[in-house]
Design a protein around this ligand. Structure first.
Ligand SMILES: *Cc1c(COP(=O)(O)O)cnc(C)c1O
Length: 355
């Protein structure tokens, strides 16, 4: 893409890169040296800039804090075998950010302010992209409402930012999840499909409760009947019953449309697997477990990559899967996704974006 924007770059005089132990990275704890910022002043996106990572000044009255107009994305940069930086489907993140913006009554961001900011930030912090297998630079684009006005109405001003963190895979253990029959994450007509901050805030308490009971995550069920499987709140879900792969359909707008999910769907269709995108109830999964046809369950997301789910707790019973080392479909999907993202196999879907 042509450079169309003039982005001011102020580099740090003291890089913190030597403080990071790249062999032992904890997810989301160390931040690269710089951040990208651009403001919407009510009429235009103005003053795109890359500055040293750090605090941003804001009024205590900004409406993001009080009324929750706050959305984000999550994406990863990798190094290919020659050490060049590359991104996985970044335009999908840009499009989804704007879908979230529309649902939340926020300002959409033009492609160049998203993509050129991303590119300039990555050029400035390219030394922060890890090259060790399984690690990457996690990028966090986000937008929040900045009007300092406490009347309730959509903000007229916004800030969009990107910062980044070197990371390893989010989960390194198979997950145990609790199918939640009391609390809900999203309802039809609500904001479940938007990547908005409030979707996370509202499930902190039930998720903490589940963690205290020994589960890594909640498996969210639909709000109306508490039986159709949705997602975990950070990942989408795939379930293998017999020789069919099933993922919950997103048409009700209660499930976040993961880019990893979409990529896996395209892959398995290309491979010719028996695949269905449809409502799937926890009862169907439990029945399949009881009759021995439940084979594999896995979660998908940018942070989590592809992760095994070994146990679902549902109404006092454990649906517990064994033979984790032999999960063929999980293994194939995970490997292919990894190899495509790092340029080890041909990118036949045109998913890789070279910087
Ligand atoms: C981001 C997210 C996912 C995963 O989406 P990817 O694009 O694959 O990273 C799943 N569920 C929720 C609620 C999310 O916010």
């Amino acid at each position: 893409m042509e450079m169309t924007l003039d982005i001011a770059v102020e580099t740090t005089s003291s890089s913190r890169i030597h403080e990071v132990d790249f062999d032992n990275i904890q997810f989301g704890r160390s931040f690269s040296d710089h951040q990208y910022i651009v403001d919407f002043d009510g009429e235009n996106w103005v003053n795109p800039r890359v500055v040293p990572y750090g605090k941003v000044e804001m009024s205590p009255a900004i409406s993001a804090i009080h009324y929750g107009q706050s959305i984000f994305e999550g994406m990863k940069a990798y190094k290919d075998r020659e050490g060049n930086a590359q991104l996985f489907r970044p335009l999908e993140n840009w499009k989804r950010l704007n879908r979230s913006a529309r649902r939340m009554g926020m300002q959409e961001i033009p492609e160049e302010f998203f993509m050129e900011g991303l590119r300039t930030l990555l050029e400035t912090d390219s030394a922060w992209i890890p090259s060790k297998p399984g690690s990457s630079l996690y990028l966090r684009p986000f937008m929040f409402a900045t009007d300092d006005f406490i009347g309730v109405r959509p903000s007229s001003t916004y800030t969009f930012m990107i910062f980044s963190c070197p990371v390893n895979a989010y989960y390194n253990q198979p997950l145990k999840v609790k199918a939640e029959t009391h609390y809900i994450r999203a309802a039809e007509g609500g904001v479940g499909a938007a990547k908005c901050a409030g979707n996370y805030g509202s499930v902190m308490m039930p998720a903490k409760k589940a963690q205290d009971e020994g589960y890594s995550q909640i498996m969210w069920l639909d709000a109306r009947e508490h039986q159709y499987i949705e997602e975990t709140g950070t990942t989408n879900l795939f379930i293998r019953i017999g020789d069919k792969l099933i993922t919950p359909s997103t048409e009700k707008g209660t499930i976040l449309e993961g880019i990893t999910r979409d990529s896996i769907i395209q892959l398995v269709k290309h491979w010719g697997w028996d695949f269905e995108e449809r409502p799937i109830s926890i009862h169907e999964v439990r029945d399949a477990f009881k009759n021995g046809t439940l084979k594999e369950i896995f979660a998908s997301g940018t942070a989590a990559t592809v992760a095994q789910i070994e146990l679902i707790h549902f109404e006092g019973e454990d649906i517990q899967l064994g033979g984790l080392d032999t999960w063929e479909w999980y293994g194939k999907v995970r490997l292919a996704m990894e190899q495509i993202k790092t340029g080890q196999i041909e990118d036949q879907f045109n998913w890789i974006y070279k910087l």
